[in-house]
Design a protein around this ligand. Sequence first.
Ligand code: PRP
Length: 225
Amino acid sequence: MNDMLTIALSKGRLAEQAIELLEASGYDCAAAKEKSRKLILEDAESGLRFILAKPADVPTYVEYGAADIGVVGKDTLLEESRQLYEVIDLGFGACRMCVCGPASLAGKLDGIPNKRVATKYPHIARSYFEGEKKESVEIIKLNGSVELAPLIGLSEVIVDIVESGRTLRENGLDVLEVIADISARLVVNRVSMKMKAQSILPMLDAIRVQLSANKTKEEEENDAV
Ligand code: PRP
């Protein structure tokens, strides 16, 4: 008898890609694809229940066991540092966590004392500057459109996600330093990993097999070009 598994998805693009991957891995996700505003989508037959959460809350649901499994960006995991198992790098949602600012600051960052750093990721920014670089900075927490900050003099630099680089380009900013490579990760609650191992382990295996098939296909396509 399989356990009912609750999977916390990050609302938006990551959720769509996670569902696509699960389906390709052999799991029926019809319930999760329902177009509605429901936040819990359950399919009793397939034994899966999906909850749609704000990305920053996914690690919280998983840490407390409200969800057995979560799909969430590494950026959120680094920022939230929750007690859970990070088990698979899913590859999608790839981007970089960077220090960005005007190109005129390239190579000169270390020379600015007590820099102001605007960011949605205060924990990541602090551990990078104060932990890794042993540098004291002033962190200014923002909730979005972070690129505005250096443009209007709120901060010298920002710490933010860069995906295509378009937002930076269109606002005259550049990547100054790269902090970390980011992508979506599959995380598992620590108790569920033991108590529901008979359902979770086969799912992890199926996903790994599918990811490696995707990779092989991609390599073959690249070779054919
Ligand atoms: C994210 C991020 C950057 C942008 C990067 O913002 O904070 O602003 O995307 O993507 P790009 O390199 O492809 O341009 P988001 O769209 O989530 O909005 P927000 O700034 O309001 O958080």
